[in-house]
Design a protein around this ligand. Structure first.
Ligand code: 3PG
Length: 214
């Protein structure tokens, strides 16, 4: 099947896009490995991680046979979008509407999740050709905002990000979200003691919560 379609389906099926944001390259790689061991299939390395492009290349090579979607996050311009795609990223994520990123992604058929908050921004994001809408920071509005927004905009494929946990993920999915963006709940699970099995366990717990909510 067409790879982009498969990747979109993977996001919808697993329901989680893992956001790895760290100030340490080695930690980012360990988190990615541990989360993948816990069942995560789609992840983004934010461009703020030192050596982000190298991490993306490493993960793409390591997991090419395992059908893991490796993406790049916090893309702010077209140049960074191109560099990420050349490094092997199949998913590009931006916190804001960034038409250059969307154009570049569409040229190479990478999936895009583009930041939007208001109804105007969401419609502009869809018109710009983005695949999915990143509602950020989601915790500041809550699932009721998604429910309200998808009344006039039922076609908006919303991925809330910021403050989503296994305890509240069912509310976001029930409100009509196609998937959720998850960072600290999984990525920071080993911060206190360096035990990355806790990252694996947090990923498993999150995936179970998504499955139970559907
Ligand atoms: C990010 O961009 O790092 C996300 O907002 C993560 O949010 P979370 O850590 O609350 O899941």
């Amino acid at each position: 099947m067409w790879r982009k379609l498969e990747n979109l389906r993977k996001i919808a099926d697993t329901g989680i896009v893992l956001i790895i944001r760290s100030d340490d390259e080695e930690e980012a790689l360990k988190v990615a490995d541990a989360a993948i061991a816990g069942g995560i299939k789609v992840l983004e390395i934010t461009m703020s991680v030192p050596g982000a492009l190298e991490i993306i290349k490493t993960l793409v090579n390591k997991y090419s046979a395992r059908d893991i979607v490796v993406g790049a996050g916090t893309i702010l311009d077209g140049e960074t979008a191109r560099a990420a795609i050349m490094a092997g990223a199949e998913l590009l994520v931006s916190p804001q509407l960034n038409p250059e990123m969307i154009k570049m992604a569409n040229r190479y058929q990478a999936v895009t999740i583009s930041g939007a908050f208001t109804a105007t921004e969401m419609v502009e994001t869809l018109e710009a050709g983005a695949d999915l809408i990143k509602l950020f920071p989601a915790e500041s509005v809550g699932p009721r905002y998604v429910k309200a927004m998808t009344a006039p905009l039922p076609q908006a494929p919303i991925v809330p990000t910021g403050g989503v946990t296994p305890q509240n993920v069912h509310e976001w999915l029930k409100a009509g979200c196609i998937a959720v963006g998850v960072g600290s709940y999984i990525t920071k699970a080993a911060r206190a003691d360096g035990d990355y099995r806790k990252v694996t366990a947090a990923a498993e717990e999150f995936l179970q919560a998504v499955a139970a909510a559907r």
